[in-house]
Design a protein around this ligand. Structure first.
Ligand code: UD1
Ligand code: UDP
Length: 371
């Protein structure tokens, strides 16, 4: 029996690792052991409930206002105890969070091989996304096997000297997760979302949470979006607010008092995925949403200065607006008022995989560690 431990702690990691947990559980000769750090709590638990995943270990780390060092140290120490008590044959981490980096390091200290899922993304700027770009680069150094979503991700790893024999191009597991969620007859649990007129209103869906945007950049972004909603009466905005209190404070300041702006709680993934499928366009600084929305044919305005996911920008469905007030306003206005531009950006493209990433990852694990 190959014992594979999957370690994750935040909402996006959970969404992208959940279908992989299921695929490993289904695979003869493999056992999936789930350890959550709970870098996030409620937002992580929403995903665990949806996919019916019961972790064997829960480090229960989240604190309000946690610093990067708090998370790093908590994961490193908490996981040391778990790995000594219950040594897996392989440990899988995902992406670029502080959970990812610390879990990979903890496994390295125990000389347990690390598989890095969603490896090889690079923005080229260590401060954007911060600290994720560096987390992901360091995880690459610690990993024994790298699961890359795209050809570009493979190339980034090769350029950094990773041997081709330990890189597998598999697509991104987010497409596997998304495909499990989308239904044309989906009915929301919240009455507000069922009442929204998606056909006649230009409904925009927004998410925002990046550490490097907190403070002035986020305030400028929100001011620009508020102005666009106020200017065009046929628009509406839905913002499922991240639970970070720093985000919620800026949101309340800029969005209160407009009946076409709906500030709501984070949605369970199934509802959020189907909401993406209904709205006209998406405004976001999220990584995962830049991968999901293109697959659904929804134009995305990225509220960041650069991206480590250039594939959908190249395909024309994602535009990098930056974080300046004028820039954000211009990109949104163009999508609201220029129908030809909107149509050109709403071609569904899927550079991130075909929904079989988990299957492919399991196959590579079998070849490397079982056969
Ligand atoms: C983290 C990841 C980021 C990822 C994001 C997804 C790092 C450094 N950053 O950033 O890569 O894009 O998660 O959302 O790993 N909170 C709650 N309940 C929750 C979740 C968060 O109350 O379920 C609040 C807490 O006050 C917490 C704060 O949000 O202290 C920030 O969470 P944290 O994980 O430190 O940073 P994120 O910005 O969420
Ligand atoms: N998401 C969700 N509920 C929400 C907002 C987002 O389930 O209310 C999902 C979204 O579909 C995507 C993931 O959460 O799969 C993105 O997470 P987040 O923006 O927190 O992190 P990032 O992708 O930037 O790391």
């Amino acid at each position: 029996m190959l014992r594979v431990m999957l370690v994750f702690g935040t909402r996006p990691e959970a969404i992208k690792m959940a279908p992989l947990v299921k695929a490993i559980e289904r695979e003869p000769g493999m056992e999936a052991i789930v350890c959550v750090t709970a870098q996030h709590r409620e937002m992580l638990d929403q995903v665990l409930t949806l996919f019916d995943i019961k972790p064997k270990y829960d480090l229960n780390l989240m604190k309000a206002g946690q610093s990067l060092s708090d998370i790093t140290a908590g994961v490193l120490k908490g996981l040391e105890d778990v790995l000594i008590a219950d040594r897996p044959d392989l440990l899988l981490v995902h992406g670029d969070t502080t959970t990812t980096l610390s879990a990979a390091l903890a496994a390295f200290y125990q000389q347990i091989p690390v598989g890095h899922v969603e490896a090889g993304l690079r923005s080229g700027n260590i401060y954007s996304p911060y600290p994720e770009e560096m987390n992901r680069m360091l995880a690459s150094k610690l990993a024994a096997v790298h699961f890359a979503a795209t050809e570009g991700n493979v190339d980034n790893l090769l350029h950094e000297g990773v041997d081709a024999s330990v890189i597998a191009k598999t697509g991104n597991t987010v497409i596997d997760a998304l495909k499990m969620m989308i239904r044309s007859d989906y009915v929301f649990e919240t009455s507000l979302l069922n009442q929204i007129d998606f056909e006649h209103q230009k409904v925009m869906l927004m998410t925002a949470h990046r550490r490097e945007n907190l403070g002035e950049p986020m305030a400028d972004i929100f001011r620009a979006i508020r102005e666009a909603v106020d200017t065009y009466p046929d628009t509406a905005l839905i913002f499922p607010m991240h639970l970070n209190p720093n985000v919620r404070k800026i949101a309340k300041t800029h969005f209160d008092g407009c009946e076409r702006i709906h500030l709501i709680e984070p949605l369970p993934y199934e509802a959020f995925a189907n909401l993406q499928n209904r709205v006209k366009l998406i405004l976001t600084d999220s990584g995962g949403i830049q991968e999901e929305a293109p697959a659904l044919g929804k134009p995305v305005v990225v509220l960041r200065t650069e991206t480590e996911r250039p594939e959908a920008v190249d395909a024309g469905t994602v535009v990098i607006a930056g974080v300046g007030y004028e820039d954000v306003k211009r990109e949104i206005t163009r999508l609201i008022t220029d129908e030809a531009h909107y149509q050109a950006m709403s071609e569904a493209v899927n550079p991130y995989g075909d929904g079989t990433a988990c299957e492919q990852i399991v196959k590579v694990i079998r070849q490397k560690y079982l056969d």
